[in-house]
Design a protein around this ligand. Structure first.
Ligand code: ATP
Ligand code: MG
Length: 176
């Protein structure tokens, strides 16, 4: 590994599913074609940071503690498709205001810390089910309730067996 690589990490923030939600998401994967995400990789991205210097890790972790920290009631009830990326996903048809607020305040914290992240795309909360996928058929499925309470900072690495994610820092949102 060269010097610059070992001193940076590819990072993103995500909501990480609990085991029951993960199992339910895996069941949805039978409805999509292409290269399915590995079960342990399923997540909902909140912000993509890309390569960041290791020295920023303390700031990236501590800003997580400044954000709204209530569990977010998500209802995963639709399949979707990103045509250009050929990604089939599942997500909420209605974005709950607390999720919008978490996303907004995360962006605000990143900006005030002068941390670069990709904010070009409009936020479309989703869980990638498969890549190189065809558009999913419109299949109704029983809406899946996810009390999202695992807020994570994740490292992404690519190995010959595919992408691997490692949770570097995690907050567990609790009801107050
Ligand atoms: P790979 O790129 O190896 O196919 P991946 O896309 O899962 O795998 P990353 O590119 O590291 O891995 O992305 C991590 C997460 O961030 C994924 O959920 C991905 O969809 C999301 N992501 C990646 N790039 C962006 C981007 N430019 N804007 C928003 N989200 C992104
Ligand atoms: Mg990618």
């Amino acid at each position: 590994m060269n010097k610059s690589r070992s001193e940076s990490m590819r990072l993103f923030y995500a909501l990480w599913p609990d085991d029951d939600t993960r199992d339910a998401l895996v069941k949805l994967q039978v409805h999509v074609t292409g290269k399915r995400s590995r079960p342990e990789n399923l997540h909902l991205t909140l912000a993509f940071l890309g390569e960041q210097p290791l020295s920023l890790l303390p700031a990236l972790e501590s800003l997580m503690h400044k954000l709204p920290s209530e569990p977010i009631a998500l209802v995963i009830d639709i399949f979707g498709y990103f045509r250009r990326a050929e990604i089939a996903w599942a997500g909420p048809s209605e974005v709950p205001p607390p999720l919008t607020e978490l996303h907004r305040s995360l962006q605000e914290e990143l900006r005030s810390n002068e941390i670069f992240f990709d904010d070009t795309a409009q936020f479309r909360p989703h869980v990638t089910l498969a890549r190189k996928a065809a558009p999913p058929a419109t299949i109704a499925f029983p809406p899946l309730s996810w009390q999202a309470n695992r807020f994570t900072l994740v490292q992404s690495t690519t190995s010959p067996s595919g992408v691997e994610y490692r949770i570097l820092h995690e907050l567990c949102f609790r009801k107050i």
